[in-house]
Design a protein around this ligand. Sequence first.
Ligand SMILES: Nc1ncnc2c1ncn2[C@@H]1O[C@H](COP(=O)(O)OP(=O)(O)OP(=O)(O)O)[C@@H](O)[C@H]1O
Ligand SMILES: [Mg+2]
Length: 462
Amino acid sequence: MTSVLLVDDEPSMREFLRILLAKEGFRTVTAVDGETALAAVKREAFDLMISDIRMPGMGGLALLAKVKEQASGLPVIMITAFASPEDAVEAMKHGAYDYITKPFQVDEIKAVIRSAIASSTTAPVRDTAEPFAGMIGNSPEMLKIFDLIKRIAPTHANVLIHGESGTGKELVAQAIHAHSNVAAQSFVPITCSAIPESLIESELFGHVKGAFTGAISAKAGLFEIADNGSAFLDEIGELTPLIQTKLLRVLQEREFKRVGGTETIKVNVRVISATNKDLEEEVMAGRFREDLFYRLAVVPIRVPPLRERKGDVPLLVDHFLKKYSAVFGKDIGEISTYALKVLMDYDFPGNVRELENIIERGVALENSNIILPDSLSLSTHRRQRLAREEPALPTPITLSADVPAEEEIYALGLEEVMTRIEKKMIQQALVKANNSKMRAAELLRISFRSLRYKVQKYGIEP
Ligand SMILES: Nc1ncnc2c1ncn2[C@@H]1O[C@H](COP(=O)(O)OP(=O)(O)OP(=O)(O)O)[C@@H](O)[C@H]1O
Ligand SMILES: [Mg+2]
């Protein structure tokens, strides 16, 4: 018999849930506080734990953490107050399976409980030690994201991914699904902005035959196709108010009707959404429903732009070099140090997608077996724009900055490189010596005659 551990300090709440669970045919063990609950978990194997968050003594979150140490596979549903959505966020981050809000909606509770219990009997948590297939990165920012994905993927929490275009939001969504307990089920993506409003309702919820002109046959929508799996709603910020309202209702009630239909369809779908807009700002401006935002962003994940994690550039370059060498049947395994420096100095307004395109073009254009700066076609107007945005400071001339990179040395030849360096050194010494050739010669530890000769030879103006 399925057994549920119920933890709440409020007798009326325990009683209400105990009756509800009994009607569902579950055996219920109740605990009045965290300590009692923990002792019960140590004593007995449960199929589900339902716990209030705010309790005197050990709070629900502390209990959750301890229970996860004892029985990591036990699904936990937390009870949160409607007024404090941040509690729900915390609970999901700490590995709760889902949450229910007070005041209760009986149907909602039943649906959550059923899917939680089903999850405890499905596949064990996947081996999280495996790398994130297809996702490259070793910057602290990305490692943090990988870690967060590992922790929240096995829960049922809805996730909102936000970040600039090309940062890898879709890959994050796929990684969450791949690390979830429903990885074997479908991952169904939909790009909200690509579909006109007149069609999006039918794309999301399906339609019956004859629902509208052109509906020549019945069609299942995204939510039906993704049942028991994950739905990926890309560019969620583009949804119109009408569709926002309909989506909210489905997320709350876990059921809907096809367009033109009368039959109620129940689904269990984890919603992962993505946006490159600042959705909180959209909420503030009244363009996005706040209640929908909280439903979608139980766990928010921000994917930082590439310029904030330059440390990932070399690894990504390596990865794309391999990829496009194979595509073009070339053997380009390396990038020159100077070319890499050019990339490290670039700010990638198009993020990882732009870097990928640059390397793809580079591999296509390169005739040697190493990527040289010339095959990096960073568009010049971009470079100029960069130069305008970040004017180069009049930095003092230093030796290391004046030694050109390897490729440049080979291109110019040693004589020319040495000449240029010598000229710079003399100019620098003259500045320091207030144009006194005598003093400059002293600084450089060469004779006055030798300095005068070089000044004439290089045409250095005082
Ligand atoms: N960490 C990464 N490792 C390897 N490839 C990456 C990584 N991040 C992004 N990419 C690649 O960059 C491209 C853009 O990624 P993706 O489509 O996930 O970005 P996005 O954030 O969804 O962009 P948009 O907002 O424009 O839809 C894809 O080809 C993807 O494979
Ligand atoms: Mg995308």
